[in-house]
Design a protein around this ligand. Sequence first.
Ligand SMILES: *Cc1c(COP(=O)(O)O)cnc(C)c1O
Length: 370
Amino acid sequence: MSNDRALARIDLGAIRQNARRLAAAAGRAELMAVVKADGYGHGAVPVARAALRGGAASLGVVTAGELRQLREAGIEAPVLVMGPLELAEVAAIDGCDVVAWTPDFVERAGAVGRERGGVVRLHLKLDTGMGRLGARPEDIAGLVEVAAGTEGVEVVGVMTHFATADETEGPNAGFFREQLVRFRARFAEVKECFPSARAHAANSAAVLRDPGSSFDIVRCGIALYGGDPFGDDPDARGLRPALSLHSWLAAVKPLSSRDSAGYGRRYRAPRATRIGVIPIGYGDGYARSLSGANVLIGSREVPVVGAVSMDQITVDLGPEGEEQVGDPVVLIGRQGSARITIEDLARVGQTINYEVTCSLSTRVRREYVE
Ligand SMILES: *Cc1c(COP(=O)(O)O)cnc(C)c1O
């Protein structure tokens, strides 16, 4: 552990393997590895390289800064910048594809392309039910017309995004299919004018749920990292979690019955016990809502008790045991045959696995293993 309070170890072999798994699930569609938000907290550059080695054909990011980071690291693979961009950003970035959904943006991108003496490559985004970015059905014809009449742009893609691909039960179970049907109908409108535009819609959940949603490209994030998009055990779908989170036992001390630990005295020892203190807290991205989760010490599950503070958590080691200061602690990952997944933590924190890894702060060093 050297001097680290907490360390995230990223298994790049797992990333490669997950990329191969997703590329196979996608059939003849190409895999775009989504490495936005610093590769969901894993580190965009090493993850991008591993995904490309595992068979990804391109990379997806959201911001111009995220594109720049990849290019500065010498990564030359095709990149799609998916987020909304200011015109100044479009002018500043080159050698990538960008997403457009308004005629105004298409026209301004055309001006950038002409100025450059080339084209800005566009993917037209259709809103089929996400209700966020994308052209509404009644606006598609106008968007296509402007794109066709604007010099300096080339429409190379047509895309949409699913709102409920991860929901296979409950009131939204049918909406995925409805969006799929709408997309099929509406991208035809775009393809009529731009026959070579490649269609894409699927995120991780969609690829794993219905390979029929794969079209020409699939855009996968969470499953690439070995997270299960449905919040289940990733093992069941052959995904290998890439991130493990490690710390150590910084203090072990006895508490008498009714003694408290932590801010607000939220934990009162129900019996004489030993409290362990671990140097990780919400300042590291171990969320305050994770009070009640388990950590692994000596291959044993031990509960986090009391409030998670910024720099520390407290665990109830129980009245008896051999634990000592310096013992390794696993907060995410395996120790012996015991295991804690990001899906487990998401359940305790009432969130999704995506947020668990995205939250890890820069205070947690990332270490890469093959
Ligand atoms: C983040 C994102 C993805 C990846 O989604 P996962 O559920 O992580 O696979 C795909 N498409 C778009 C537009 C995104 O923003």
